[in-house]
Design a protein around this ligand. Structure first.
Ligand SMILES: Cc1cc2nc3c(=O)[nH]c(=O)nc-3n(C[C@H](O)[C@H](O)[C@H](O)COP(=O)(O)OP(=O)(O)OC[C@H]3O[C@@H](n4cnc5c(N)ncnc54)[C@H](O)[C@@H]3O)c2cc1C
Length: 405
């Protein structure tokens, strides 16, 4: 890894300053509070304001609604936004799917949809996981049956995060149960306002909102099919590999922070609050920071945090989650019961941040592919080891044809 600093041009310095001003202006304490109450990880006002600046698709030319930024400019934007707690899950899910829309959508819908993406009025969620299982995406059972120029969809999808704040879901369906499972799938960009779609909220331990979505005789035009009938796996592969950090990054010397950096940020906040706690005098005048053992534990965890933050690709996803899971538990153990007091509770350390980090940590081991699945991705796609051949091992959602990077 090259740790040398990149000299920013005046234009890039200005961009960075503009992004910081944007965050200060839009991500007010009121919006932060709103996010805590809803757990939506989304804020329409902020999303539309990003769209006005061309920052939803920053590398697209201005005529297409982008900002015409080069790769370094787009990287500065990405890093600056990720440093904050800006609720922006739709930015990521929409970006993953928009490349598939660009490549596979019917010309009848493509340009209109992509125009809305750049503006912020059109957003996408991911409809892969079903109540029976998420790692085995190719095992999808939600059915789509052809009916003239339409398809009729029946089934349910679990954990469609953002279904209630997005306009379309990237829906993987079973269209031919007689074919081997990867071959009988078809992908749709399904409008979520169609009759027969029912969205129900589910909240995680930390209050993050996701959804179960029921599809009951949903009629959708064939225009919303992406790619070939029974060619859904081909459409899914690009977004899935990108989400799994397989083949990520371009050979331009710019590092790709892993999805793990999104998780581990919560440990950063928790460590800051732990440092404040350690410096604070107790009733007897002593401070936790006066004890060598306390300093050693905080120092060791800070070093683990720094390691995880700079770890890239699939390894970074595992390190980000596991360091947060173990690190937040370590802080609960170090501080004791005040660290278990939730936000706005009496005597909460750092206004409940340690408790929040610990709750939030648990989901990070699961979403966007579990850490167990990522270990296999690491073995196959980074180390180049062969695909496993134990029973059921070929079933989870790693695309079969991805080359070892
Ligand atoms: C908060 C949250 C948000 C989410 N958002 C979305 C979303 O927006 N869209 C979406 O489609 N899904 C979403 N998911 C679903 C998530 O991707 C799945 O939960 C995940 O892929 C695991 O699927 P599962 O929970 O069905 O567990 P299963 O796949 O049933 O796995 C159960 C256990 O078995 C292990 N396992 C399974 N297969 C293998 C294997 N081959 N090798 C080793 N171990 C294995 C897993 O690691 C896990 O520990 C979300 C989940 C959560 C919790």
């Amino acid at each position: 890894m090259d740790f040398s600093k990149i000299e920013l041009s005046a234009e890039h310095e200005q961009l960075r300053a503009d992004i910081r001003d944007f965050v200060r202006e839009y991500f007010t304490p009121e919006e932060y509070e709103h996010e805590h109450k809803t757990g939506d990880a989304f804020n329409e006002k902020i999303h539309l304001a990003l769209g006005e600046r061309g920052w939803i698709q920053p590398t697209w030319p201005k005529e297409r609604g982008g900002a015409g930024l080069d790769r370094l400019g787009a990287k500065i934007l990405d890093l600056e936004l990720k440093k904050t707690r800006l609720p922006m899950i739709a930015l990521g899910t929409t970006d993953l799917v928009s490349k598939a829309v660009e490549r596979f959508a019917s010309p009848n819908i493509r340009d209109e949809v992509l125009k809305g993406v750049a503006k912020g009025t059109v957003r996408f969620s991911l409809g892969y996981t079903e109540p029976d299982g998420g790692s085995d995406i190719a095992g999808a059972k939600t059915k789509a049956v052809r009916d003239g120029d339409e398809w009729v969809i029946n089934g349910s999808k679990m954990f469609t995060t953002g279904a209630h704040t997005t306009q379309y879901t990237f829906l993987i369906t079973r269209t031919d149960p007689t074919q081997p499972k990867h071959k009988g799938l078809t992908m749709f960009l399904l409008p979520l306002d169609l009759p027969g779609v029912e969205i129900q909220g589910i909240w995680t331990y930390s209050g993050e909102r996701t959804n179960i979505v029921y599809y009951d005789d949903v009629h959708v035009s064939d225009d919303y099919r992406l790619g070939e009938v029974n060619g859904g796996w081909t459409v899914l592969r690009g977004p899935l590999d990108e989400e799994h950090s397989i083949g990520a990054g371009e050979d331009d010397g710019l590092d790709e922070p892993s999805i793990g950096t999104n998780f581990i940020r919560e440990l950063h906040y928790a460590l800051d609050d732990t440092a404040e706690w350690a410096k604070t005098e107790r009733a007897d005048g002593s401070r936790p920071a006066d004890e060598a053992g306390v300093l050693e534990r905080i120092g060791a965890l800070t070093a683990r945090y720094e390691e995880a933050v700079i770890t890239q690709g699939p390894a970074g996803r595992i390190a980000g989650s596991e360091t947060l899971v173990e690190g937040s538990a370590e802080l609960l153990d170090l501080i004791g019961r005040e660290a278990l007091v939730s936000r706005d509770g009496d005597g909460a350390v750092g206004n409940g941040q340690i408790d929040y980090a610990h709750r939030f940590a648990q989901g990070t081991a699961t979403y966007a592919g579990t850490v167990e699945v990522f270990r296999t991705i690491l073995a196959q796609h980074v180390l180049g080891l062969p695909r496993p051949n134990y029973p059921g091992s070929r079933d989870f959602g790693v695309s079969a044809s991805t080359k070892v990077s």
